[in-house]
Design a protein around this ligand. Structure first.
Ligand SMILES: Cc1cc2nc3c(=O)[nH]c(=O)nc-3n(C[C@H](O)[C@H](O)[C@H](O)COP(=O)(O)OP(=O)(O)OC[C@H]3O[C@@H](n4cnc5c(N)ncnc54)[C@H](O)[C@@H]3O)c2cc1C
Length: 450
């Protein structure tokens, strides 16, 4: 039974899920509030580049795009830490050759839309904003932003891929019974700055790393772009002693940048223009349940699970949603949509919750711990255990390089690892005592708990 499906939002996840649905023969109308970014060079959203990892590649593989995207992605093999004293250190993300990939948000979104356009059964409608949906009938109101006309849609199914502030989700919240919803803002916001290419068009810093300036309650990060530039993101509390609220004049901004990011500042000649031109954006976490209403409406991507960006997993998780939905359509059949959507929500919700928590935890790790000797010792211990026991996968490896392990399983494993790694790190001179019965017995316990 082929269905008429309206997908709201042609961002990263809406474009990809449309392709998965079209491959199964469904008629897809994809509605996007914005103009076509391929014709109008608008920014494709908040952050210019994103870290893509194995779960994301798995999602792209279903659309046949993994190789094309790998070609326009820059591998980042680890974190390059910029310490306060000006020194730098490198922390690999995984085993040799393992990397996460810096990709342009706009670039990947445009590739997905180009591919979607090649399917005769996908029609993209730009400047069409979904206003509301009736979950019981899947009727939707869509506003043509250019003409002001409201179009009444009557598809079989509506998929809400309309991002963190999803109107489709709002309709589920206000028009169905017992829909759980929460939105929480964290105390920090972010601002984007740029390190441009050098005079010869080259990179001013190591290109194959994600750069971090950890400063306890705040941090600056930088990801490489193909044109030799780096997109930098400053994460800083809105209020407090060191906060956006204290940085109002050029003098205050310059003094702050000089004090905390002295080695980055000479590479950022336009930091004041960027500071004033770019917004200070907030970061929120959205949790809701269920993600569907019967066989009529289903949420996917940030609309279902907006998370903070510190594990680099929001897009990756959304791409994984598409794979799981496709697998359910395959196993349960395209004529059993209530079962498909109920199972999708039931399977994915715990994973959305787990990745939301992992992302919050990683904020503390990145801004606070990457410069801390105790944390570095734990990393050293973890890495030696991995080397000596190749089947042992660290939490980071499970989340980033092991798409067959769910986020929820990875989160549980991380909790177990914490216990044993802390125990090992508390042993004085543990690395020198590696082969003692005391250390080896804790390692055995850790491995047998897996
Ligand atoms: C600073 C920052 C850094 C990040 N870094 C990473 C990273 O490194 N790795 C990673 O995996 N993730 C990262 N993310 C998360 C990632 O950006 C999101 O998870 C991802 O963009 C979600 O895709 P989406 O398609 O669900 O939503 P969106 O990208 O928000 O797309 C939603 C689309 O719906 C459209 N829309 C909205 N309302 C309507 C409407 N009413 N009608 C029609 N269309 C509508 C929007 O215009 C948009 O095109 C980061 C996020 C931030 C904020």
């Amino acid at each position: 039974m082929k269905k008429q499906i309206d997908v709201m939002g042609s961002g990263l996840i809406g474009s990809l899920v449309s392709i998965y649905l079209a491959k199964r023969g469904h008629e897809v109308n994809l509605f996007e509030r914005r103009v076509d970014m391929r014709k109008n060079r608008i920014s494709a959203g908040r952050s210019i580049n994103l870290a893509l990892s194995d779960r994301g590649f798995r999602g792209l593989a279903g659309a046949g795009l993994q190789d094309a995207i790998r070609e326009i992605a820059i591998p980042m093999y680890g974190r390059q830490i910029h310490h306060m004293d000006g020194s730098q250190s490198f922390q690999p993300y995984g085993k040799e050759g393992q990397a996460i990939y810096s990709v342009s948000r706009g670039g990947i979104n445009m590739r997905l839309m180009e591919l979607a356009d090649q399917y005769p059964n996908i029609k993209i409608h730009f400047e069409h904003r979904c206003v509301e949906v009736d979950p019981k009938s899947a009727k939707a109101k869509v506003l043509n932003e250019a003409s002001g006309e409201v179009v009444e849609r009557t598809p079989d199914i509506v998929i809400g891929a309309d991002g963190a502030f999803s109107p489709v989700r709002h309709s589920l919240q206000t028009k169905t019974d017992r829909f759980d919803y929460s939105q929480t803002y964290i105390e920090s916001g972010y601002k984007e700055l740029v390190i441009p290419p050098d005079a010869n068009g080259g990179f001013q810093m190591e290109k194959t790393a994600l750069h971090i300036w950890p400063r306890k309650s705040f941090m600056l990060i930088a990801l490489p772009n193909l044109d030799g530039s780096f997109t930098c993101t400053l994460f800083l509390p809105f209020e407090g002693e060191v906060s956006f609220s204290k940085l109002n004049t050029d003098q205050e901004i310059t003094a702050f940048m000089q004090e905390y990011f002295a080695d980055a500042l000479p590479m950022m000649p336009g930091y004041l223009e960027d500071w004033h031109a770019n917004p200070t954006s907030s970061l929120s976490i959205v949790r809701c349940n269920p993600w569907n209403y019967k066989d009529k409406v289903c949420l996917i991507g940030d609309a279902a699970h907006a998370i903070v960006p510190f594990y680099g997993q929001g897009m990756n998780c959304g791409f994984e949603d598409c794979v799981v939905l496709d697998e359910l359509m395959e196993s349960l059949g395209d004529d059993n949509w209530t079962e498909v959507f109920n199972n999708f929500s039931r399977l994915r919700k715990p994973n959305g919750d787990a990745v939301a928590q992992l992302a919050l935890d990683n904020f503390i790790e990145m801004r606070d711990k990457t410069g801390d000797p105790k944390f570095l010792l734990r990393k050293q211990i973890e890495s030696r255990i991995s080397k000596e026991n190749p089947s042992f996968l660290s939490l980071y490896a499970q989340v980033t390089f092991s798409p067959h392990i769910s986020y929820a399983q990875a989160y549980q494993a991380g909790q177990r690892h914490d216990h044993y790694l802390n125990e090992l790190a508390s042993i004085e001179q543990v690395m020198d005592k590696w082969n003692t019965p005391e250390v080896q017995s804790i390692i055995r316990d850790l491995l047998s708990a897996e």
